[in-house]
Design a protein around this ligand. Structure first.
Ligand code: UDP
Length: 440
């Protein structure tokens, strides 16, 4: 059995996280305002002497790692003690957890006893390896991979939160008896759960449920402003023609992101307008399907002109290419939230996608982006955007504004802290929504 790349200790203590270069709080004030930061600092005072831990299953690739990489040092800066640990897993464990992910997103297939055994065995291995080797007061577990740990490790005086980032198909989940029983049993050890959208909530669970969306860090390498010269340098490095409109999708190579569908959309756009397709992707260590999806993408695009597949770029490089893009596409069939969409909107780009999951939380159709069923219609919209740059610009400006008011880290980290502070006082059947998108 081969080992997965995860080693369980990537950012396992505050000192290491503190060594990361992070922007100063003052810089965030300039973006979200002094008042928002003061409000956050006030709430942070409640956590004086309270130790937090975030635990997930990969330190890179994918939205959860992206959020934690910023939020953990950010919280440390405002005086909240928060650590980040990554669970260990063998390849067979991540095969099973990818199946769980697929099932939860609505792909119908069996969840067998054998799969359950592998899941439990890996959970127990992490328990035996003493994954949580320090004292914490509140532990947030992200997604299904480490969900099982609470059953073994929860102490009397601790609070455990499960944060589910998945576009959970509650109907398919309820229909799959084996998986439903396992997840429901494991979730019963938690004090509260956080979901990104009200539709994903398993309402039958007897615990308080909070709703708050994910967020981006506006000052991270992925999202900060860049100089034009740097953007040009990156384009040159990857042989990207700066004078040809760029259609871009940034995503793990995952069937749910439908890159194959995007290639066929691109072929149809290309017949009408000269342009290029860039697929920026990476392999997350907890996603074993990436390699085969990448192979399919290469095969599908091998005879198509001007397709550029770029792997494992640095955050700064991804940022540069997002900023150089003419139209950003998120062709996902299911999407828990879609930080790649948030990142593109933040950069003032017109985004075209399907009206699914987290995309519907981020895009008001025709105002700050486009949500369209039907590949042909998405292709037509891309052509329209290429032909109407001034209209694309208006939509892009709305997009940046929308994200600034709703999906930036300081505000949404506030939500998580508030959930932690209030969860002991919230009745089990309650749903508390921090949805910020109707505020304005
Ligand atoms: N990402 C990246 N490089 C890549 C592909 C993705 O840095 O080659 C980042 C992307 O910028 C985003 C995150 O990974 O921040 C993906 O999060 P999202 O919520 O869109 O999807 P997930 O992978 O969690 O399903």
């Amino acid at each position: 059995m081969s080992e997965n790349l995860n080693n369980g200790t990537v950012y396992s203590n505050r000192k290491k996280v503190n060594n990361l270069k992070v922007p100063k709080i003052k810089e965030y004030e300039k973006i979200v305002g002094k008042e928002a930061i003061e409000k956050l600092k006030e709430l942070a005072e409640f956590f004086d002497g309270i130790r937090l831990l975030d635990l997930n299953s990969t330190s890179y690739g994918g939205g959860v790692a992206e959020m934690l990489r910023s939020s953990v040092p950010f919280l440390n800066q405002i005086g909240v003690e928060d650590d980040w640990k990554v669970m260990k897993g063998h390849d067979d464990f991540f095969d099973v957890t990818k199946s769980i992910h697929n099932l939860l997103q609505g792909k119908k297939h069996d969840f067998t006893k054998k799969m359950e055994e592998i899941y439990i065995a890996s959970t127990e291995e992490n328990v035996n390896d003493n994954i949580i080797d320090e004292e914490y007061d509140i532990i947030t577990i992200h997604d299904p991979q480490p969900l099982g740990l609470a059953k073994y490790l929860k102490k009397e005086n601790q609070k455990w939160l499960w944060r589910c980032h998945i576009d959970l198909d509650v109907e398919v989940f309820q229909d799959n008896e084996n998986l439903r029983e396992l997840i429901t049993n494991l979730a019963s050890h938690y004090d509260a759960a956080i979901f990104s959208n009200v539709q994903y909530i398993v309402s039958s669970w007897n615990l308080p449920k909070f709703i708050t969306p994910p967020y981006i860090d506006p000052l991270s390498e992925k999202n900060k402003e860049l100089k034009e010269e740097y953007i040009s340098e990156v384009l040159e490095k990857y042989n990207i023609d700066a004078n040809k409109p760029i259609i871009l999708q940034v995503s793990r190579f995952d069937k749910w992101k439908d890159p194959i569908g995007l290639i066929s959309i691109y072929k149809s756009v290309k017949q009408k307008e000269d342009c290029q397709l860039i697929l920026v992707g990476s392999m997350a260590s907890d996603d074993p399907e990436g390699v085969s999806v990448l192979e399919d993408v290469k095969e599908e695009s091998k005879h198509t002109k001007d397709v550029n597949i770029l792997l494992n770029l640095s955050d700064l490089e991804v940022n540069a290419i997002q900023r150089a893009a003419t139209v950003v596409v998120q062709n996902s069939i299911k999407e828990g939230f879609g930080l790649t969409v948030t990142e593109a909107l933040w950069k003032g780009k017109p985004v075209v996608g399907r009206p699914v999951g987290g995309l519907t939380l981020q895009i008001i159709p025709d105002k700050n982006g486009f949500l369209i069923y039907g590949a042909k219609k998405r292709a037509d919209k891309i052509v329209w955007l290429l032909r109407n740059p001034e209209k694309a610009k208006i939509v892009g400006n709305n997009a940046k504004d929308f994200v600034t008011k709703r999906f930036l880290m300081p505000g949404r980290v506030y939500d998580s802290l508030l959930a932690m502070k209030t969860m002991p006082h919230i009745p089990n059947e309650s749903i508390v929504s921090f949805h910020p998108w109707y505020e304005l």
